[in-house]
Structure formats: structure tokens, C-alpha cells
Design a protein around this ligand. Sequence first.
Ligand code: 5RP
Length: 226
Amino acid sequence: MNDKQLVAQEAVNTVKQGMVIGLGTGSTANYFIEALAQRQNEENLQITTISSSIISYIKAKQSGLPILGIEQLSHLDLYVDGADEVSPDGTLLKGRGSDLVKEKILAKASQQFLVLVDQSKLVSHIGEKFPIPIEVMPFAWQLVKNNLEEIGGNAELRLNANKDNVAFTAHGSLVLDITFDADISSSELNEHLNELPGVVEHGIFINLASTILIGKDGKIEQKTMK
Ligand code: 5RP
């Protein structure tokens, strides 16, 4: 079992009868979905799930998990997802997979947001390893790019895998991937992006994680954030 599988299994052990559970997106979230489906079958667990993306919807459906649409959600006990980066204060970078809009909605709506990572995701500051993804309304991308460059960012419009067209998210947005030479904190950038017209959502997740499980060489470290 690798470290991502290890933390996914640990997360599944926290699930209780009757829970409504949000399913994240990515390889670690997939391990969680598989392990959850296995526990459901073995223990006849009565649970409901909500997916953060089409791909996790398909995975959950194929695994036999009962799944609701996000519009039917009245409360969410638990949201479980991976992250691209985790800083020492528990701020996350997410969204390399272009599904960050629903991910942030579910993270915010949940009673408990359980983040599953291996140690490769730990960074000293957000943006250390990956650019920060920003979903923008298609007609606003140039204005948002200009604005971010004015505050010291380098913004690249994300292209598709073949690099012959722009990449569209599940919601039809474009993505600007930004890096910063200038010294700007993730909380300053979070505030700036939250107030910038044309930005649909962005990949900085501040004060959302309740618990972070970190897989390190076959062991689990738990950080309780709130
Ligand atoms: C998708 C995400 C993922 O959680 C993040 O990319 C981590 O992926 P993985 O579990 O495959 O390492 O934010 O939008």
C-alpha cells in the first residue's frame, strides 16, 4: 500500500453509518472512493455521496456508491479530497485537475473537510511547486491576466493536452495558471482574487481544512486544524 492509499484507508475508517460524504477528485480521492465502496459492501454501510467532478461521479457510480447531485444537497457531514500543496498553516493549493469550483463549494459546505496527502505535497508556501490555477470567465481572461501582471504575477492561459487549443474546465471556464516573482502571501492573494471581477474561483483554499492526514513512509501524521 502506498502513502496515498494508506491515508485514504484511514479516512474511510472515520466514516459512520448514515453519513453524507463529498468525494474529491484525483488519484488520492480515487483510492478513497474505492476503499469506501469496499467498506460499504462489506459492512452494509448506509451512506450517500456527492461528487466534486464528472470523473469522481463515474468512479463512484462504477464502484456502486449511492450518489446524489449537488443540487439535492442539504447538508454534508464529510468532504474528503487530496491537494497539490499544503503549507504549514494548513492552507491548500488545489485544482490542477480543473475541478476546483465544486471542490471548494463542497469543502466549505462540509462539517468536516478531511485532506489526504503524502509528504511530497508539503511546502513552505503556496505556489512553491505549482502555479496557482484561477478559473476565469472566458471573455474576462485578458483583463484578469493584465490585473494579475500589474501586481507582479506571471499568468499563462492553460492549454489542452495537445497544446492546440485552450483548456476548458467542467464549467466552461478558462484557466490562468499564475506564478509570482513578487513576494505576496497566499492570504493577500486570496483576498485579491476573491474581489476580482471575472474570476470564477481559484485554487487557494484558506481556513477550510479540518484535518490533514499526511502519509510519510508507511506512517500517518495527523494535523488537526479546527
Ligand atoms: C484536483 C485536486 C487534487 O486533489 C489534487 O490535484 C491532488 O491530486 P492527487 O491526489 O492525484 O495527487 O485538487 O482538482
